[in-house]
Design a protein around this ligand. Sequence first.
Ligand code: NAD
Ligand code: 6OD
Length: 486
Amino acid sequence: MRLINNFINGQFEVAEHDKRFEKRSPVNNEIIASIAEAGRSDVDRAVMSARNALQGEWGRISPEQRVDLLYGVADEITRRFDEFVEAEMADTGQPHHVMTHAFIPRGAANFKVFADVVKNVASESFRTSTPDGRGALNYAMRVPKGVIGVISPWNAPFLLMTWKVGPALACGNTVVVKPSEETPLTAALLGEVMNSVGIPQGVYNVVNGFGPNSAGEFLTQHPQVDAITFTGETRTGTAIMKAAAEGTRDVSFEMGGKNAGIVFADCDFDAAVDGIFRSAFLNSGQVCLGTERVYVERPLFERFVNALKTRAESVRFGHPLDKASNYGPLISSEHREKVLSYYRKAVEEGATVVTGGGIPEMPAELAAGNWIEPTIWTGLADDAAVVTEEIFGPCCHIRPFDTEEEVVALANNTDYGLSTTIWTQDLTRAHRMAERVDVGITWINSWFLRDLRTAFGGSKQSGIGREGGVHSLEFYTETRNVCIKL
Ligand code: NAD
Ligand code: 6OD
């Protein structure tokens, strides 16, 4: 069993009163780690070490040196790739190929790309006329915002945590990270990386624990935290916003989704089936950008439902270390119970269960894990709970549509506004749709294809603000204007 401690001022530390909690493996619910649960005094030390680091070496080094250090972090993650893969698989139970092709490489890229952004971005300047004719020159200067509190979720832990830490450090801030209580391993490993590449003490800190009355709340309430970046459920965002209001701290929120996948009859059929299969079922459906509502143009409906059913029934459940498996469990037994409650509700609400709906047979050594079948429904009303609430599991409801007008209204019939995936060969129509669907990200003939220079974030209850490329600089720096009378 691993012992995971908090990482404060460059040291791994036990918590006040040596308080600890347990982490269970999603594949069999055996205890795999004991985690130090940070108390208020631990969080306070982490925040103060981050504040002190701003005044120390980190605050004084040049942007070029900072950028080089972050390239070093990216290289060291790549050098220790297998350790990160192994830790993330242990935490999440998700397949090896998901880690090696998507989640861990993105961790390294999050440092490299934002180092590049900071290196290459220009600052604005305006020449201003004055009555004496000599004029004035205004130019913008970016300074770090200060100590950033990073609160991250469990579904793609390393990707989502470094997506905040990379730009925050590239802009010269320091961070205190509170990883999800479900997935503490890779944040700790990153502490080792920070030390080995020479990131000064106090720049990167990790406090472990839960949300309310624990490390999450202690961190977001701390008056020396200058801004909070949060990824997680919308209702948690509401609680954090209340904490951030004290001291009027800035927030960046990436929250829930109930995303629509839209398939027109003129699509490349195989590509659309493959794309919707991935968007509904990747990571066992635990992706905020995932598709839980699928709308298919009527002439294609039956064929599409049958093809997606075949794909969903072909997944191979198994341990992530088993190369023959390509499908993992849910993160926890509590989360599986929540998803199963929606499986039951779908039937109560009158759904036709096309496939799934239950728990798969597993071999004895995995039977205690959080396994659940990929599930497809049809026949639900547009206002059914299963069609309107975020489930965050491997499931989707498929409904036919007849017109573009109708499907735009259906897609927008939600309090969320994170992403959409649209499948059609008619790019004029696709562009028209992208203007009308109220989401932060529209993918056309693709899904989860990410260029880190682009704006990322959600509309409505899916988020506040945008990150990515220069948008991250907007959040992680203060822009000062300097006006020189000439
Ligand atoms: P969650 O909101 O339960 O927890 C996220 C983090 O917040 C955890 O670290 C948790 O300990 C912490 N937390 C909980 N209550 C808190 C409080 N009162 N104060 C401070 N911190 C608190 O979310 P989750 O279950 O870990 O993740 C799943 C959710 O995240 C889904 O809703 C999903 O859509 C969303 N998500 C969104 C994005 C995005 O980019 N929009 C990305 C990934 C996940
Ligand atoms: O790709 C990203 O930057 C990002 N934030 C992805 C979110 C995935 C949600 O599960």
